[in-house]
Design a protein around this ligand. Sequence first.
Ligand code: ZN
Length: 276
Amino acid sequence: MTSTLSDYSRLCIHTITTKPWSLEEAVTRYSAAGVRGITVWRQALEGRDVVAAGQRIRDHGLSIVSLCRGGFFAAATKKSRSRAIDENRQCIDEAVLLGAPLIVLVCGATPSQSLAESRRQIAEAIAALAPYAAAANVRLAIEPLHPMYAADRSAVNTLSQARAICREVGSPAVGIAVDAYHVWWDDRLEQEIAACGRENRLFAFHVCDWLTPTADLLNDRGLMGEGCIPLRQIRGWVEDAGFRGFNEVEIFSDRLWKTDQGRFLEAIKAAYLAHT
Ligand code: ZN
């Protein structure tokens, strides 16, 4: 294991993690706390000048790690699928304006068709977008989601499925975001992460924890160390696969959003050093 655990130089926080804060407050607070990276959720940009927002982030010494999120490609009608591709082109344009080098893709699914058909549509859409992304110098990261979301959020549920789509698309602009919350249960996780590294597809690494019981399928993620994910082991696998990017804290939690966000930020920093 090659982890460097002594500092925050690779700590990134997703704006959604401190959802009660505006983008401006998050930027000020993260920067003051010594956090070095930020992943911006698109809703945090609503009503703002995106170029100015990007400049403000950089002026505070933060690296923009990615823009969250694009995707939702699977749909029953061709018209809906074309619209999704158009929307993702706009997302790529927004990443360029912001200065974000990467977009995370939640690929989509619809219960009215098979998972295989959804995956076929996802590959087709990403193949259509890849040249546009590459020309804009923006990379696209497929994020496999936990199978509890297979019916309606993503038909891509394993790193193996994400790698298959990457191979099919065949663009160096398309890779994978490994989110520990979604893939920690996979008995082939170590080998799959290694394969992502060998294939130059390991674009991002997200962390939080799995709570038992999980009270809400979407908004009950835990702070690192609160649950059962072996985060340090997984981070070791990710680093052994050659990844040297940010460790991104991405927590959706109604429970934690209700707490004082300044104290929560301190808890994130402590949990990052102790459990990530
Ligand atoms: Zn994630």
